[in-house]
Design a protein around this ligand. Structure first.
Ligand SMILES: Nc1ncnc2c1ncn2[C@@H]1O[C@H](COP(=O)(O)OP(=O)(O)OP(=O)(O)O)[C@@H](O)[C@H]1O
Length: 267
């Protein structure tokens, strides 16, 4: 799946607008405007921005679940016209199917693609081990902790061997320590498999700890107002990276760009 010509960006947005038409009493919403960026294969890029600025809408367009109102989105050099096999989604909610075991959940995407059972089992066994879930394949989601369920969701996301992982606040519902452990898992796995990641987060330290670059969006209609290169070592070891003194100044800069201070209103 990931055999894409070297040098072709994994995902590109070119002059993208997204408008939701007026419906009933609600007016038309211009969610995002003039969004352009390009992510190279193997890069990890985070998007941060105020609530409602269109971050999830961008991911939906990347996955083909929503169409741009203007501009184009390309994945692996091809214009995204609908759901496509190059991308895989991971959300805050694990969305595991409660009636399927963890292995069956991990294998679901492969099943849809008609991969034979024995081959599916090989993939899920490997991912269970890699995601520290060895021995839990026959369990059902309700038998696992929240952190383990997100690990299973990550394994399911990786099972189809996507070129791009689109991640929408995947760890935001977890406690701070579990979150750091899962960030570590993710960073390690992404580096080992040279995956491309587009990651949405409200957690500024998480963005610095995990990313090669951070795209900062304005209030709605969201557009990219700043692009910050995270020039720090240890992208595959966010626990080490977050201990570095340079993290503080990056976070301060992001807070300034997002205009977060003591007077910021809570929505
Ligand atoms: N299907 C839809 N129909 C109409 N409006 C929508 C739809 N989806 C999103 N919107 C609107 O578009 C804007 C952007 O929403 P989006 O969920 O992309 O923001 P976000 O930046 O991800 O927000 P948050 O940080 O709170 O998750 C919001 O005003 C939202 O209400």
């Amino acid at each position: 799946m990931s055999n894409v010509t070297a040098g072709t960006p994994a995902i590109e947005f070119i002059g993208v607008d997204k408008r939701f038409p007026a419906r009933g009493n609600s007016k038309e919403v211009l969610a995002a405007t003039n969004v352009s960026f390009s992510i190279a294969q193997g890069e990890v890029v985070s998007i941060i921005g105020p609530s409602g600025c269109g971050k999830s809408t961008l991911l939906n367009m990347g996955s083909g679940l929503a169409k741009p109102s203007a501009g184009i989105v390309k994945v692996a050099g091809q214009v995204v016209e609908g759901p496509n096999p190059h991308v895989s989604f991971m959300l805050q909610k694990d969305l595991l199917m409660p009636w399927r075991t963890i292995s069956q959940n991990i294998e679901f995407g492969l099943e849809l693609r008609g991969v034979p059972a024995a081959d599916r089992a090989k993939v899920s066994d490997k991912l269970l081990a890699q995601c520290h879930l060895g021995g839990f394949g026959a369990n059902y989601p309700h038998q696992l902790s929240g952190g383990m369920r997100q690990r299973a969701a990550l394994a399911r996301t990786l099972a189809v061997d996507p070129l791009v992982l689109l991640m929408d606040e995947p760890f935001s519902a977890l406690d701070a320590q579990t979150k750091m452990i899962l960030q570590q898992d993710l960073a390690h796995t992404v580096a080992a498999h040279k995956k491309t990641v587009l990651f949405i987060t409200h957690d500024l330290v998480e963005a610095v700890a995990l990313s090669d670059r951070i795209l900062v969006m304005s209030e709605r209609p969201g557009t990219i107002v700043e692009e910050i290169t995270v020039d720090l070592p240890d992208r595959s070891n966010p626990m080490a990276r977050r201990k570095r003194a340079e993290v503080g100044p990056y976070v301060a800069r992001l807070m300034d760009l997002l205009k977060i201070d003591a007077s910021t209103e809570v929505h």
